[in-house]
Design a protein around this ligand. Structure first.
Ligand code: PGA
Length: 251
């Protein structure tokens, strides 16, 4: 069954203390007022072990923002999928455009990361999306189709465990959001790629989130589209009021 999901991506924000208070406050808010969608918070590695036990797992999932493309060994500074899973986290964002652009993550590396995440029981939130020049040249479909190669080597069973997030790079942190029509159009295209590869049933069950300057004021008009199943939220995931406002778009 396809799920509606609102996932927060803290990026490199919040000290450990700030992260702990946020998680407690969010847990209280969603206990008092139950969400009508799945909620996930993706935090820096150092927060995971502290935050995971503080939230009700039925209500809030916890995830990392990345993991290594290697199993273990002499890779100074890296954190493996097994290590992430050992904290109690159950999700991991992979292929975020900031990782692709600033840390050189390639289609092949991401394929390894996705496989290791799945092998360790983590749910990958796999991000794809084009940059502004590609959108202006009308190449967005081509770009996302090429990025999907990282997950199209999975078995149908494994593919059905992942969540996709379409994030146009020109909309991330810029205040510029894709219009609901632009989001719907490319989400439908992404779902058609999944249907071509794995069949209609798996495509229909796949959650495809939108990310890029999503906020309480525009969440509803984006999520109401038939192929937009929620959001991956950056800036607006950093305060309870904004994040809860987006979660409430599903009410
Ligand atoms: P934004 O970031 O909501 O701040 O635009 C989204 C993301 O990068 O996941």
């Amino acid at each position: 069954m396809r799920k509606n999901i609102v996932a927060g991506n803290w990026k490199m924000n919040k000290t450990l203390c700030e992260g702990i208070s946020f998680a407690k406050e969010l847990n209280d808010a969603l206990t008092a007022d139950a969400p009508h969608c799945d909620v996930v918070i993706c935090t820096p590695f150092i927060h995971l072990a502290s935050v995971a036990p503080l939230v009700a797992p039925a209500k809030i999932g916890v995830g990392a923002e990345n993991c290594a493309d290697k199993v273990s060994g002499a890779y100074t500074g890296e954190v493996s999928a097994a290590m992430v899973a050992s904290t109690g986290a159950t999700y991991v964002i992979l292929g975020h455009s900031e990782r692709r652009a600033y840390y050189g993550e390639t289609v092949a590396m991401l394929e390894e990361k996705v496989k290791l995440a799945l092998a360790n029981g983590l749910v990958p939130i796999f991000c794809i999306g084009e940059v502004l020049e590609e959108r202006e040249a009308g190449k967005q479909n081509e770009v996302v189709a090429a990025q999907m190669a990282s997950v199209f080597s999975l078995s149908a069973e494994d593919f059905s465990k992942i969540i996709l997030a379409y994030e146009p790079v020109w909309a991330i942190g810029t205040g510029k959001t894709a219009t609901p029509a632009q989001a719907q159009e490319i989400h439908a295209y992404i779902r058609s790629l999944v249907a071509d590869k794995y069949g209609k049933e798996i495509a229909d069950d796949c959650s495809i989130l939108y990310g890029g300057s999503c906020k309480p004021s525009n969440a509803k008009e984006l999520f109401v589209n038939p192929d937009v199943d929620g959001g991956l939220i950056g800036g607006a995931a950093l305060t309870i009021a904004d994040f809860k406002g987006i979660i409430d778009a599903f009410k």
